[in-house]
Ligand binder design. Structure first.
Ligand SMILES: *Cc1c(COP(=O)(O)O)cnc(C)c1O
Length: 211
């Protein structure tokens, strides 16, 4: 194997989702590389995980986390799907110089989170619904909204510069992410909160873009 290829799908910070055939094409045409698909946001995409491809490709490793859709940020809990060799490679590291040991309470919390299918489905579908509503509202206010399949939106306004929006929101106690790097410096990343939080956000945005 040569070096690794690392792709977040859905991507961050754009939220854009590559379909399973698109992912398969990348895995297939890079047989000499380990392709790692980081599916931290896959549950918000309501689409198929690349985990379904692991029996077909021995260079594919799919990783997910409990930090987003499972609401356990800070637990440092995640999991990986891959063929036996790749998983053995992970185990070799884990059992020699593992610097991210997982405590027993976190493991128990993870097991309970997996068991609680109803809570998981409810929270994920609430976020998706709020995300789609927020998309619509922002478009009406003159934003270009990338078609995010994650739990955040990456948006750019036709008149008001992203950094100004970011700073004005911050003055009002609303924090969004602003990245100063070249090609994305006219975008802000907005994490989806509760309906109430998002309507406060939209009210603030209305003021900012109409002035
Ligand atoms: C949150 C996130 C992870 C995983 O975070 P942990 O808290 O370390 O499990 C991985 N990739 C992306 C793109 C993320 O946003």
């Amino acid at each position: 194997m040569d070096s690794g290829i690392f792709i977040a799908n859905p991507n961050a910070p754009t939220g854009i989702y590559l379909t399973l055939p698109q992912i398969e094409e990348i895995v297939k045409s890079n047989k000499d590389n380990i392709v790692i698909i980081d599916e931290a946001y896959i549950d918000f995409a309501s689409d198929e995980s690349a985990a379904s491809l692991i029996d077909k490709y021995d260079n594919l490793l799919v990783v997910q986390t409990f930090s987003k859709s499972r609401c356990l940020a800070g637990m440092r809990l995640g999991f990986a799907f891959g063929n036996e060799n790749l998983i053995q490679g992970l185990k070799n590291i884990k059992y020699s110089f593992n610097s991210y040991t997982i405590n027993r309470l976190s493991i128990l919390a993870g097991i309970e989170a997996i068991k609680d299918e109803k809570y998981f489905k409810d929270t994920v579908s609430k976020i998706i619904k709020t995300r789609e509503n927020t998309k619509k509202e922002l478009k009406l206010l003159g934003f270009n909204v990338l078609d995010s399949k994650s739990n955040f939106l990456f948006v750019s306004h036709k008149n008001v510069f992203a950094e100004d929006i970011y700073l004005k929101l911050k003055d009002n106690g609303i924090l969004v992410r602003y990245f100063k790097s070249d090609i994305i410096n006219n975008y802000i990343r907005v994490t989806i909160g509760t309906d109430e939080e998002m309507s406060t956000f939209i009210e603030n945005i209305k003021q900012i873009v109409s002035n």
